[in-house]
Ligand binder design. Sequence first.
Ligand code: PMM
Length: 267
Amino acid sequence: MTAILGVLNVTPDSFSDGGRWQRLDDAVAHAARLRAEGADLIDVGGESTRPGSLAIDPDEEQARVLPVIRALGDAGIPVSVDTRNSATARAAVEAGATMINDVSGGLHDPQMAVVAAETGVHFVVMHWRGGVDVEPHYRDVVSEVRAELKARLAELLVIGVRREQLIIDPGLGFAKTAEHNWQLLHGLGELTPLAPVLIGASRKRFIGRLLPDNAPLGRRDAPTATISALAAAAGAWGVRVHDVAATRLALDVEAHWNPRGRHERSR
Ligand code: PMM
């Protein structure tokens, strides 16, 4: 069954739910709601990666995420930590996180791979060419993303991360145009042989382009859920979404459509 990561951004300025879950009790209540709606893990992030945002100090990041991670642990809710900083990742695992989700795939902080190796938790390696503000240039986005992820996995294995820990993510919207994102989704089957694949399409700008100008962000949840179902049918291991209830239903539809899983899932 395809995993659902429910997004919990505890930031003042995140791309799509910034500012809403800064108070600890609000954040925990929202995470509990996402869990009840069918999230397998809550992905807690304290640094915004939206276009134009600045990197934050790891101490500030930890002040935002660690109390939430501890509270979710106390409530028995599984957590992944969305961070590019190794110190935050290590502290988050000590606080109970069972997965590190690094949008830079360990490239931002050289110690990240060491923390992944030493803690042994699942490690999401997203395709990264320096962030959302980097100009996207590809001759063939699917084969280039595939080759760069493959090379990154090989480097991580040398550092001591175990293959069973690794999950890859094509990094939709990160140095990718809308067209690149659709090509990567279409080419998902090229990535699944490398490692389990996570897809983070939720509420992103390329989905907004399907809707009327100025449509509220919530209107992006139905197309996001559709992408979740199609990604599952194409063999994705998991999806990272804001609206868990809609994606849960979409994945249930897919599971009925493909009862035994027409495609081999890696995990
Ligand atoms: N996108 C965002 C943040 N973290 N993590 C992974 N693995 N994949 C993504 O695509 C991804 C991510 C940005 O979206 P948000 O600001 O809505 O959280």
